[in-house]
Every structure is written in C-alpha cells, then in structure tokens.
Design a protein around this ligand. Structure first.
Ligand SMILES: NC(=O)c1ccc[n+]([C@@H]2O[C@H](COP(=O)([O-])OP(=O)(O)OC[C@H]3O[C@@H](n4cnc5c(N)ncnc54)[C@H](O)[C@@H]3O)[C@@H](O)[C@H]2O)c1
Length: 358
C-alpha cells in the first residue's frame, strides 16, 4: 500500500491466456519488494525510488529515450539484471514509462527463459493506457516498434505520487488516451469518465484521480480480455491513432503522442458518416488545447501522406482506420486512392482548425 492510504481503491485481475495479473492502486514500492527482486528503473528518474524503503534490493537503470528501445537495450537490461544477481526465483520490478515497460516486457521473457515481473508505471500515458495489455514493442533498425511479444507482468502497482515530477501537459496526454478508452468501452463509461474528470479538476483530489485511473484501466482490461492478441475489439483502441502517428511524424515530433491522439480522434470523427456526440469532441478539443498549438502550416503533408500509407492496419486495397460511428468505434475500409489521401488530409486539417482556429 502507498503511504497515507489504508486500503486499495481498486484491486482487480486481468484474465489473460498467458497469465492472469493483478492491478492495484494505490500501491508503492516501499515495503512491497522481496529478497531476490531487482528493480529496473528508467535512468532519468532514479530519484523516484526511496532507497531507504527498499532495503538491499539492487537497482539497475534502463536506458531512456526512443533510440535505446532496441534489441541492444533489451540485452543491456538482461546483462545488468544478471550482474545484479537476479536468479530464476527473483522478480524484475520495472519502474518507468512505456519505454521502460517495453524493454522489461521483452527482457523478462528472455531472462533465463522467463522470470516474473512487476510494473510500476510512472508516466500518465503508461498509467492510463499502456500498462494494461502485456505487449512489448522494440525498434529494429529505423523501424519503430517492429519487434515485440506478449508477456504481461504478474502485478501492476499504481502509485500516483510518482506523477508529481511530470509536466502538466503529461496529464492531458494521459487523459487523451483515457477518454479514447472510455468512449470505446461505451456511453456509460464515457459519461462516468467525464464526470470524474470534472470532479478531479475541481477538487484536485487524489482519491478522484485513483477513481478515474481505476475506471480507465478496468475498461481497457475488459477489452483486452475479449481480444488479447489484437485481432478484433482491441484494434478499436487504435481510434485516432492512424492520424496521430502520421501527425507526430509530419511535425517531426513537435506534437507529442497524447496531443496527437486527441487531434487524431477529432480527425477520425471528421471522417465519420455519423460523428460521435459533442461530449467526446469537446473533450478532445479541450485536451488538444492544453498543448502548444499546431497549425496546418507546420505539418509536412508529404510526410503525413507517407506515414498514413505505412500504417500496419491497411490491406493491399484498403486504408483501414478506426472511425467513431455515433456511440461506437468501427473499422472502416477506404479505397487506396489519392482521393482518399486528400480526404484524410482534409479531416486532419479540420481537427487542427477546430482546436486552434484557422
Ligand atoms: N507496449 C505498449 O503497449 C505500448 C503502448 C503505448 C506506448 N508504448 C511505448 O511507450 C513509449 C512512450 O511511453 P511514455 O510516453 O510513457 O514515455 P517514456 O517512457 O519514454 O517517458 C517519457 C519521458 O518521461 C520521463 N519520465 C518517466 N517518468 C517520469 C516521472 N514520473 N517524472 C518525470 N519524468 C518522468 C522519462 O525519463 C522520459 O524522458 C514509446 O516508446 C511507445 O512506443 C508502448
């Protein structure tokens, strides 16, 4: 349990075919480590671990930054765990954002043919989204996320006190993934998400923050349980992401992932024959406005087109995007033609205009 809390505010199991795992919050490292554990922490945030509270559990660092999310980075984590004395009976405790999670998901599955591991996510994106689902994604050569596997942790410990060192925009980025998950889970979950978000903004209460995180993680867990290996319902969680990834690339990452997701959901809505309700759209505009504005003239539209074309979901004849149709997301196939690309650019431009004015 994290300091100051007497009981868990959420504690549930995610049933996965590989392994069922527990998600609990608030829960901190202090007092929860065991002999034989090794902590692997993002090298930039080692200050998040209170060394007095973990006794003699060794701490090793995982390399930070996208250029290090490589097979070599995985090898480094394995070597460092070995040097720290990790044995088969021990666990890796990963402390970091989505990047550390990706490295440790892969490293823990290879280390001595597999050791159990615990995840303590430290960024809003990893807390609100990536911690659930068990996927790793490793960059190979110049291709992002080309290799990966499924290897869920044994437990996920959510400790929101860890987020105090993050910039304010990071929360908006997490909420963008959160509102997307809540919409995919259905109208009741979306309404509850929006209600909790308003309450959190008004009160700043940690208890409400745990409530919103618990709501989103349970909603994502339900979807992952229905489609663990990403062939059906789970694909719908990619709502807005074809646009988002293309916008990140086409602005040379001046637009962060969370901002791009909010804008991507708006762009996907502009494509829809039956756009979703104003609740979702207004939420995405409000979140996009938490970031520095992105206008159409800073987007390299050639790069945007190329990135759209490269999305892994497309078939030989169709661009496949997740589109919000009224209250539910759906996979839509659009012909692979220059006209479609022009239409996708128009949708992206309309999302930018709607958020930041023309
Ligand atoms: N496997 C999956 O399911 C999945 C899903 C989504 C994203 N991802 C991957 O996750 C990565 C992005 O993850 P992210 O957005 O969490 O970023 P990140 O892990 O790269 O962290 C971003 C920055 O924040 C710093 N940081 C981390 N925690 C902090 C804290 N509490 N206080 C201050 N600084 C902190 C890090 O050192 C880093 O500089 C990408 O590589 C993406 O591909 C994986």
């Amino acid at each position: 349990m994290a300091a100051g809390w007497e009981r868990a505010l959420f504690d549930f199991e995610v049933r996965s075919s590989t392994r069922s795992y527990r998600v609990v919050g608030p829960m901190s490292l202090a007092g929860a480590t065991a002999t034989g554990d090794v902590i692997v922490i993002d090298s930039q945030v080692t200050y998040l671990v209170n060394t007095r509270a973990i006794g003699d559990v060794p701490v090793v660092t995982a390399p930070e930054g996208e250029p290090n999310k490589t097979l070599r980075g995985v090898e480094q984590v394995i070597l460092d765990c070995n040097a720290a004395g990790l044995k088969r009976g021990g666990r890796i405790i990963a402390v970091g954002g989505g990047l550390t999670q990706d490295l440790v998901t892969a490293a823990a599955s290879f280390y001595m043919r597999g050791v159990p591991w615990i995840l303590v996510p430290t960024t809003w994106l990893s807390i609100m989204d990536s911690c659930i689902g068990g996927k790793s994604a490793i960059n190979v050569g110049s291709v992002k996320n080309l290799a990966g596997n499924f290897n869920p942790p044994q437990e996920i410990w959510i400790d929101l006190s860890i987020t105090r060192t993050l910039p304010e925009t990071a929360r908006a980025g997490g909420l963008a993934e959160g509102v997307k998950i809540a919409y995919c889970a259905g109208p009741d979950t979306l309404q509850e998400f929006l209600r909790l978000w308003r309450e959190w903004d008004e009160s700043g209460s940690d208890e409400v923050a745990y409530a919103i995180v618990g709501l989103v993680l349970k909603a994502k867990a339900d979807i992952v349980e229905r489609d663990e290996f990403d062939t059906g319902d789970r694909l719908l969680l990619n709502l807005g992401h074809t646009f988002a990834h293309a916008l990140e690339v086409a602005t040379k990452y001046q637009v962060s992932h969370g901002q791009a997701v909010a804008l991507g959901v708006l762009a996907a809505s502009a494509l829809s024959p039956e756009p979703p309700g104003r609740d979702l759209l207004d939420a995405c505009v409000a979140l996009a406005q938490c970031f520095p504005s992105c206008t159409a003239d800073i987007v390299d539209w050639n790069l945007f087109e190329r990135a759209i074309q490269g999305d892994k979901k497309h078939t030989a004849t169709e661009y496949r995007l997740i589109v919000p149709i009224g209250p539910t997301p759906r996979i839509e196939g659009l012909p692979r033609t220059p006209d479609t690309l022009a239409r996708l650019q128009t949708c992206m431009t309309s999302a930018l205009n709607r958020s930041y004015g023309e």
